[in-house]
Ligand binder design. Structure first.
Ligand code: FES
Length: 318
């Protein structure tokens, strides 16, 4: 855990506050990769994940952009209403689940709303390393478009799609955003679920190999679209030998907590990978948004905050 203080707060666009954090003791912060995020611990035992959007070579500070969520469970609302200059916060070390592919010759970015934040750090890297890139950035209105002047100053190709000016046309526009792709070009998408689903569907339709499309989710899909069939199953902790039954209405993580076992977790929505545990036997029913299809198929680990079991028992490395 790192203690930081808030050194800058500014409005980047309507509903988006920009925050700069420096280490409380003024030491350099841990290095990070473009696309990385940190956990920010907020009052009331709330933990939220925010992407770092500054230049990854500058470890004197971390820059975040926080969008005010209409469905805020207290995280973004606290930041928008209560956070003040000089406040101290505890954050995690940066983690990277969304990264630039070393295989790519060109990078094509598709961002929706606050999904621009990890992409901004990636574009800074491309500019710094003189790699070709282009950005397709979808916003609700021009007043909601954060960082546009900065993005345009980088000299790359920036396409802005403004919903209230040209009618929302996703997924039709996604075809346009993804046309004329070079063989070595990769796509990186971060934004609302509808945009990411449209990009995934278009990529599949266009025969783009899944390893050339990279996604970062910052919210789980709405509850009504998630899998709901939950049965009970047994979980065995290999190290302690503890065996317990996970009830249909609880997660493995909650079951462990009910038995006094404190496991690491953060988002509790299958988004951040902090609760990943090695799976020693049994077959998982993966319900996270971070493991790739190949990792889910390999069945070597699972996110205990959301995933369940296809077999009657799972043995995990805890
Ligand atoms: S706590 Fe974030 S994936 Fe489980």
């Amino acid at each position: 855990m790192i203690e930081v203080k808030v050194v800058t707060l500014r409005l980047e666009a309507e509903g988006i506050v920009g925050i700069e954090l420096r280490a409380a003791d003024s030491s350099p912060l841990p290095p990070f990769e473009p696309g990385a995020h940190i956990d920010v611990h907020l009052p009331g035992e709330k933990t939220r994940q925010y992407s770092l959007c500054n230049d990854a070579s500058d470890t004197s500070l971390y820059r975040l952009g926080v969008g005010r969520s209409a469905t805020s469970r207290g995280g973004s609302a606290y930041i928008h209403e209560n956070l003040r200059l000089g406040d101290r916060l505890t954050i995690s070390e940066p983690r990277t689940l969304f990264r630039l592919s070393p295989e790519a010759d060109r990078h094509r970015f598709i961002a929706g709303g606050i999904g621009i934040t990890p992409i901004l750090a990636m574009i800074r890297w491309c500019v710094h390393h003189e790699r070709p890139w282009e950005l397709h950035y979808c916003v609700r209105s021009r007043s909601h478009a954060a960082y546009v002047d900065e993005l345009r100053s980088f000299g790359g190709s920036v396409h802005l799609y403004v919903d209230d000016e040209e009618q929302a046309r996703i997924p039709r526009d996604v075809g346009m955003m993804m046309r004329n792709m070079d063989a070595g070009e990769h796509v990186y998408c971060c934004g609302p679920g509808g945009l990411m689903d449209a990009v995934a569907a278009h990529g599949e339709q266009a025969g783009l190999p899944p390893e050339r499309i990279h996604f970062e989710r910052f919210a789980a899909p709405p509850a009504e679209t998630r899998v709901h069939e939950n049965g009970s199953f047994s979980i065995v902790l290999a190290r302690s030998g503890l065996r317990c039954v996970v009830k249909p209405e609880e997660s493995i993580l909650e079951c462990l907590e009910r038995h006094g076992v404190q496991a690491v977790s953060s988002c509790r929505e299958g988004l951040c990978r902090s609760c990943e545990v090695a799976l020693l036997s049994g077959e998982a029913d993966h319900r996270d948004y971070v493991l790739g299809a190949d990792e889910q198929e390999a069945n070597k680990s699972l996110m205990i905050c959301v995933s369940r079991a296809r077999s009657s028992e799972l043995v995990i490395d805890l």
